[in-house]
Design a protein around this ligand. Sequence first.
Ligand SMILES: [Zn+2]
Length: 181
Amino acid sequence: MLINDPEFGEVIVRKSPLSRNIKFSISTSGRLQMSVPKYTSVFLAKRFLNSNRKMIREKLPLKDPSMQRTRDYQKKILMKKAKEYLPYRLEYMAKRYGYSYDKCRLTHANTRWGSCSSNRTISLNIGLMKVPEPLRDYVILHELAHLNHMDHSKAFWAEVGSHDKNYKLHEKRIKMFSPGV
Ligand SMILES: [Zn+2]
């Protein structure tokens, strides 16, 4: 549920069967988030928000509501770009280096560029559309190599290195970017 607040912008209201009190926090998107007991009405949530304005202003590092909107928009554009590119690039790279995976999934986690699961699904972060192409390809290759080695063992790195001789540099460079959108 969302409350549109004139001061804080979109406020996320999460109903939690476990919470007994109303708690305020910041969501990953930078919005104000309230977790409330299951049967809290919108009216009550709004009233609680009003009576805590001063505390929220002082205690919580909120982003400007117009920045939230810009961010949502950027995320949408990035997702569109990613959909049109990443699954095809993954397919191409897999063919080129002789890998077969099952599915490609696009994510927007804040912490990881990609992952490879034991059921051979490769997840790629849409934030990859913001990094230089060699680094993007490196991440794809890294995840493909995990199809054969589900760890970061010597054998894993040897396999990555056999396809990308600059892998050490790429691994270092990608750390200078943040996957969060
Ligand atoms: Zn890895």
